[in-house]
Design a protein around this ligand. Structure first.
Ligand code: NCD
Length: 360
């Protein structure tokens, strides 16, 4: 199998040059008619876009409360088809994207592993994606390789039949739509206390290989006076590229291994799982780092308004008894994922104005 794969791996002309450009220069490639076309990196979003998307998600949510509203939403994009190409495990991202499509009337098809696609015959993932573009109007992808969504969007943009690509997670690198739903959740949780501006947020766990905390960190540049605290064991510290980004944008951050010491001072705690699927031998990477877990005795230490988030799936890092506490926001957070993704898809196809008009 390896042999076939090797034989067919040909590099696209111009890709290396594009790939090595700074992100600020690359984002233009993913814009059409003054609108974001492909969703690849969290750095693509600015504050007006984020605020607009959150209010769009609120509007979709409100409309979906009634049968008439749901029917209106379903009639927005029944002529569009989406492909979910998820070749890395996923529950929430897959289901929330699929249901977001269905809310807006899109039909969906899916590939959930390379073993059932022509990649086993030696087809490159880029050719496979190009094939999807022949049949559908939107590609949503999740892939174990960093930069995969970027490359496929770039490849499609060179063809005469490009379709938008949404990055549903590209290896340990980026998860921009998760960052959108995290922002939406934080803004909602802090709705009565001035939103996300001015808040202090702890990110805890495997910050080195966790793509959610990386993408969310990028988005902090859009908020006023936000402070970050990175809480991780030495082996899973946040990588330098993100710290350089924060310094460049003058976003204050601290790093600590003492989780309990910062609990009373933060407005949100964003927990993460150890990403041992990226270890060279996942079965030997079994250390659980209990000092980075959230336990029931911590509930009396954190602030009364502190929001507890987790992109999920959870293992042992949040005690399940915490689920009953009103500050546990992670189940609300996963529902936010479906609404913000519906908002994003409506924006991509330009039917967002119709949704907003419905409620004005
Ligand atoms: C996250 C992911 O896949 O990066 N999950 C998700 O999309 N909700 C986090 C994780 O797997 O730990």
């Amino acid at each position: 199998m390896e042999k076939y794969a090797e034989q067919t791996q040909q590099e696209f002309e111009g890709w290396e040059e594009f790939f090595n450009k700074p992100v600020d220069e690359k984002v233009e490639n993913f814009i059409r008619k003054n609108r974001i076309y492909d969703i690849i990196y969290a750095q693509q979003f600015d504050r007006p876009f984020l605020d607009y998307l959150c209010s769009l998600a609120d509007s979709i949510r409100l409309l979906a409360k009634t049968k008439v509203g749901q029917s209106k939403l379903r009639h927005l994009l029944p002529h569009k088809r989406a492909m979910l190409y998820f070749v890395q495990p996923s529950t929430r991202t897959f289901l929330s994207f699929q249901n977001a499509c269905h809310i807006l009337g899109l039909t969906t098809s899916e590939i959930r592993g390379t073993s059932t696609s022509s990649e086993v015959k030696g087809e490159s993932p880029e050719d496979t994606i190009r094939t999807f573009a022949s049949y559908v109007d939107l590609i949503i992808s999740r892939h174990p390789e960093a930069g995969f969504a970027e490359k496929t969007a770039w490849v499609l943009n060179q063809t005469d039949h490009p379709v938008p690509v949404l990055n549903g997670g590209s290896g340990p690198d980026q998860h921009p739509t998760q960052a959108l739903l995290d922002i939406y959740t934080l803004e909602r949780e802090f709705r009565t206390i001035g939103g996300l501006d001015g808040k202090k947020i702890a990110m805890v766990g495997d910050l080195k290989r966790g793509r959610t905390v990386r993408s969310l960190s990028y988005l902090m540049k859009n908020y006023q006076d936000v402070e970050l605290v990175y809480v991780a064991p030495e082996v899973f510290k946040m990588k330098d590229d993100i710290k350089e980004f924060l310094n460049k944008h003058r976003i204050p951050f601290n790093e600590t291994e003492d989780f309990e010491s910062i609990m009373p001072e933060v407005d949100a705690i964003y927990m993460t799982r150890i990403q041992n699927e990226y270890a060279s031998d996942p079965t030997s990477d079994t250390e659980t780092f209990p000092q980075f877990h959230l336990k029931t005795n911590h509930l009396s230490v954190i602030q009364t308004h502190c929001a507890i988030l987790h992109p999920l799936p959870r293992r042992y890092e949040i005690d399940i008894r915490i689920d009953k506490d009103p500050r546990a926001a992670y189940w609300r957070q996963e529902r936010c994922g479906m609404w913000i993704r519906a908002a994003l898809i409506s924006y991509i196809f330009g039917v967002d104005g119709e949704i907003m008009a419905e409620l004005s």
